[in-house]
Design a protein around this ligand. Sequence first.
Ligand SMILES: Nc1ncnc2c1ncn2[C@@H]1O[C@H](COP(=O)(O)OP(=O)(O)O)[C@@H](O)[C@H]1O
Ligand SMILES: [Mg+2]
Length: 289
Amino acid sequence: MTELAIEVNDLRKSYGELEAVRGVSFSVRRGEVFGLLGPNGAGKTTTVEILEGYRERTAGEVVVLGYDPADRDRGLRERVGIVLQSSGFYPRATVREAVEHFGAAYPRPRDPDETIALVGLEGKGDTRTGQLSGGQQRRLDLALALVGDPDLIFLDEPTTGFDPAARRAAWDVIRSLRGLGKTILLTTHYLDEAQALSDRVAIVKEGLIVAEGPPSELTNRPRSYRVSYQQNGTRVEMETEDPTELLHRLTGEALQRGERLEGLSVSRPTLEEVYLELTAEQHEEAEAE
Ligand SMILES: Nc1ncnc2c1ncn2[C@@H]1O[C@H](COP(=O)(O)OP(=O)(O)O)[C@@H](O)[C@H]1O
Ligand SMILES: [Mg+2]
């Protein structure tokens, strides 16, 4: 068995004149949470739906759990769980009925009540799905993706439109899925979400991956320390690869003058800053429109 759950090589997808995915390559290891991060229109959903077998690709190689998803093989479908953007599944069915119904499509479904508890819907088994709050609906969506006990789960913007509490709850569910050893491919345009959940992230811009790696490494590029302090009422900021050396010099000079460096701080750029830098052109274009 290969260590890779997903392999994508030079994937391309055109819609008529528009090349939405322009040669994307990445791989996802088993048991990993991989985040596709990028602004709206970057090509995330197109990529994910090709991996799910819902869209045809224009070119490139794609292997998911050893299958080509374009073949729509039953063996693959039985091992994959999908959270769609919105399910709106039979509002009159109870939560337990919905979960049982989805589980029946899989050869070895999980216990429905256990699945309901796993997503934090304990005690809601007899509630009609139409009566659930928005956040509870999304938990149900996760339960439906999970009941078949899939190895691989696709989450396309799993928390878009959530209030902060519901987002945190969804993050907890996603972390518990990871704890169960599931491989997860998630898309998001929220940086904090990608950073909080993903083992590795690929930043997608206009159909291309512009950066890839563990969130901590993406923020760990040369000149990536920022040293700042107050001087004569203004904030002085410096970037450096070697903060030890810079601090030694700055503090040494200040002490010689008999001064203190007020408000001295050393920080790393956040993933947000890296992302904004990498996608800046696109933001500028969008603003110019
Ligand atoms: N079915 C489609 N037909 C034509 N264009 C599409 C279709 N789906 C997506 N697109 C276009 O492809 C680009 C990428 O879209 P999408 O994959 O949905 O991006 P994301 O999920 O990152 O927001 C966008 O410009 C979008 O308008
Ligand atoms: Mg999308």
